[in-house]
Design a protein around this ligand. Structure first.
Ligand code: PLP
Length: 382
């Protein structure tokens, strides 16, 4: 992403009005240049795992690449790579809109979901309007907020591992963003739509419920796009990095009332980053209408996951219920040690979270990869 060095007068006075200091404004500018770096800093452990021959089940990626129709469309688009994007982005928005039942005006394409997430935090949080997240959850929203000097409230998940929306509102009744990740990374558990609706109905005016549905296609739960179609103050975040196997191709979408996203684009003027690679756009467009292939991929993941979870159950190893392509295992001993033991078996499992130091997140890989994981569980006598 390229950042301009100057903000418009309108953007500048908006930031000043919302309580940002000169230093904070400098950070807004630099954030748009470093947001991808923030994202890749979080992904660094995964990159480090790319050692040859490792079974990589630590970074919640899909075990395989794009769906065949998407890959074919992307390959064909390379031949017309001399042309700037335009029609492809519109076609993408229309396809998302038809699948999700929202107007095309409510859909925007992005290079993954990290970029819009960073913008949404900058736009709706400030030194006087905080961020509320679950604990544990995906950390990018919190990282951006901390970088900007925004107050962050972290609220433990409920006993059923859904977000505790009432406690989240109570933790900061005047927050700028309430971040709900469902299925949640790393717990792989869902937050019910009635709970999300309650938060939208009770949150302060002008704030946003940011509904991150990165893993929704791996679940059979109803998606939350209908909330955006009702023009509520909610922004739904989607990525093609997970079930669609496009993490390295960078494609995501926001689904929201158009003015909510327009507000996030005023700090970076004439951003060049809004042009997206055609192969990624056409790959996403050709993939997301393939309901049969999406279901087949989800079913394949569920079958592989069930087999491994059955082994863990048989051995009396505790794990959370899983609604995504990963699950949380409680080893009842330091997860870092267990991760190191798996690494010695050439298996890169996921990390732990500070609130859960004895639990590791395991990504569901291919049947072969999970057979290797299962064998290591037995070998390591876990
Ligand atoms: N949201 C969640 C919950 C994630 O787990 C991730 C990545 O792991 C992202 C968003 C960002 O992914 P991307 O920028 O590839 O869309």
């Amino acid at each position: 992403m390229t950042a301009r060095t100057e903000l418009s007068d309108e953007a500048l006075s908006d930031l000043t009005r919302r309580g940002y200091s000169r230093r904070g404004i400098g950070k807004v500018l630099s954030l748009f240049a470093v947001a991808p770096a923030l994202g890749s800093a979080l992904a660094a452990p995964a990159v480090a795992q790319e050692a040859k021959g490792m079974v990589m089940i630590g970074a919640n990626e899909c075990w395989t690449g794009p769906l065949a129709p998407g890959a074919a469309a992307a390959a064909a688009a390379i031949a017309t790579g001399n042309r700037y994007t335009g029609a492809q982005r519109e076609a993408f928005a229309k396809a998302v809109a038809s699948v999700e039942g929202v107007p095309p005006s409510h859909v925007m394409a992005w290079p993954g979901s990290s970029d819009p997430m960073a913008r949404i935090i900058v736009t709706y949080c400030s030194p006087t309007r905080g961020l509320v997240v679950a604990n544990p959850t995906f950390e990018l929203a919190e990282s951006v907020a901390r970088y900007m000097g925004v107050k962050v409230a972290k609220v433990p998940l409920k006993a059923d591992y859904g977000h505790d929306v009432k406690a989240m509102l109570a933790a900061d009744p005047n927050a700028g963003v309430y971040y709900i990740c469902t299925p949640n990374n790393p717990s792989a558990t869902l937050t019910s739509l009635p709970d999300v609706e309650w938060l939208i109905a009770n949150k302060p005016a002008g704030s946003i419920v940011l509904l991150d549905e990165a893993y929704i296609h791996f679940s059979e739960a109803r998606p939350g796009a209908y909330l955006a179609a009702q023009d509520k103050e909610v922004i739904v975040l989607r990525t093609f990095s997970k079930l669609f196997g496009m993490a390295g191709m960078r494609l995501g979408a926001t689904i929201a009332r158009p003015d909510l996203m327009a507000k996030t684009m005023r700090y970076d003027g004439l951003m060049a980053s809004y042009a997206l690679p055609n192969p990624s756009l056409v790959c996403g467009t050709a993939s997301l209408t393939e309901a049969g292939l999406i279901k087949a991929r989800r079913d394949e993941m569920i079958a592989v996951r069930s087999k491994t979870l059955a082994l863990l159950d048989k051995r009396g190893i505790e794990h959370l219920p899983a609604e995504a392509n990963f699950f949380m295992v409680d080893w009842k001993k330091p997860a870092k040690e267990v991760q190191a033991a798996f690494a010695r078996e050439s298996i890169a499992i996921g990390r732990s979270w500070p609130i859960w130091p004895t639990r590791s997140r395991i990504t569901v890989g291919s049947a072969t990869e999970m057979a290797a994981f299962d064998a290591a569980v037995v070998k390591l006598n876990l």
